[in-house]
Design a protein around this ligand. Structure first.
Ligand code: 5GP
Ligand code: ZN
Length: 121
């Protein structure tokens, strides 16, 4: 179920090129065009859904259950020291592409170029 004028739907359909990291029947993962760190990857459901508020539980389940597998593939490929998994919802929370996506951001230690700006303890 693709959505007209959605860049990520076009990526899933191969109309817009992308660097594929992983794909199966439910999700597509690819390198972010603007890497905040080496290996910065986006995971998206193949079903178009705007953001977490509008995501049916089944689509969320299919997306989130694949995170460990994809995170480990990135970990093996890039050997980061850690990884942030982030999701932005609505423009006020920095969402810029309105097709649900998770950011997997490998972290390489101090000075890796990415600053989350806050820490949850
Ligand atoms: P958001 O700000 O919505 O959480 O994240 C959207 C992300 O999508 C951004 O990090 C941006 O760099 C990435 N992005 C936007 N357009 C494209 C594209 O055409 N190809 C790829 N690979 N990433 C994109
Ligand atoms: Zn879409």
């Amino acid at each position: 179920m693709s959505h007209e004028d959605c860049i990520f739907c076009k990526i899933i359909e191969g109309e817009v090129p992308s660097a594929k990291v992983y794909e199966d029947e439910h999700v597509y993962a690819f390198l972010d065009i603007s890497q905040v760190t080496k290996g910065h990857t986006l995971i998206i459901p193949k079903t178009h859904t705007k953001n977490i508020y509008e995501t049916p539980p089944e689509v969320a389940r299919e997306l989130f259950e694949r995170v460990p597998k994809i995170a480990n593939a990135i970990k093996e490929a890039y050997e980061p020291k850690g990884m942030n998994v982030l999701n932005n919802n609505e423009a006020a929370a920095e969402q810029s592409v309105f097709h649900l996506h998770l950011h997997l951001i490998p972290r390489y230690g101090e000075g890796d170029g990415y600053d989350l700006g806050w820490t949850v303890h």
